[in-house]
Design a protein around this ligand. Sequence first.
Ligand code: TXA
Ligand code: MG
Length: 358
Amino acid sequence: MKTGKTLYWSLDPIRPAPEVVAQAGEILRRGGLVAFPTETVYGLGANALDSRAVARIFEVKGRPQDNPLIVHVAHRGEVAGLISGEVPERASLLIELFWPGPLTLVLPAAPHLPPQVTAGLPTVALRMPAHPVALALIEAAGVPVAAPSANLSGRPSPTTARHVLEDLGGRIEAVLDAGPAAVGLESTVLDLTGPVPMILRPGGVTREELEEVLGEVLLAPGAAGESFGPVRPRSPGMKYRHYAPKATLLLVEGEPRRVVSRIEEQASAYLSRGMKVGILTFEETASLYHLPQDRVHVVVAGSRKDPRAVASCLFSVLRRFDGLGVDVILAEGIEPRGMGLAVMNRLRRAAGENIVKV
Ligand code: TXA
Ligand code: MG
């Protein structure tokens, strides 16, 4: 693998070599950037208490300055020192039930956190990842670790170390490779600062799972991936086009058979203009297409009945289309329920304005 100046270590996902983890932790503590696996996607870590290190994250990713970072911890007990005030009861309950795991909690920030981490907001986003390598690394660093997804801003999040190197090779100090990320898309971001908990970004823990514990859980405007109109998003990261492959992505939502015929129509139109077309489809609908197979790249992203499996391959499928050199991707939508909501958030945000309902 081409890594530029970036150190590359391959690790056992369950029992990572302690001397490698110690070395990577030392790089983080001294202000370097280390990409590491989590159960959701690969993160780009920096010492959250070092404002210069955090500033470099924004630099290497090309990330807008007003988009705050998630602070990652290795122990539940670290939360108290990173927030202001007591840990709310709801937060303790969620931490007990869902940590380590793909749930990020937004709480009032402790005053000593560098403003680069919170983008100047009075709140901080906290998460304890469920990955032995991530936990060992944070522990070895001995500091909380600020980490966005380890991609160039706007690109699909990385679910393998290869994806990280494609985007950031040569620009960061090190990458730890422990194989593909299991969940495949990012954590759920839940705002606990208001009277009713509110999902700012759907992710690895579903709204339904949270409602079982909390009762009512709101979905912030835009959190399903729909466009905002005049509404200002609650989570700064949501206003940018995101997760986007290089090709234009057109998302078609609706009853599956109607979706397929609309995509066929569109594909024929693009083919007649000499364009290379990719189709993102599912097991149930893949066989319904009648298009020249030599000129269309059809990629099956799992089954509509199993949105968790769709989530786990979604970003790598989007990156695969880039590798195939298609000009346009025609993607089928799925039901925005359970993990399907997070999948549709990512597809809608990758499509931007190019969403058709049939
Ligand atoms: O699964 C994940 O969450 C991954 C892994 C690496 O942990 N991280 C990740 O980070 O997805 P990032 O930076 O790509 O997304 C963080 C999201 C952004 O939408 C950001 O706006 C939001 O969390 N966020 C962070 N701090 C916030 C805050 N204080 N208030 C509201 N939203 C916040
Ligand atoms: Mg990201």
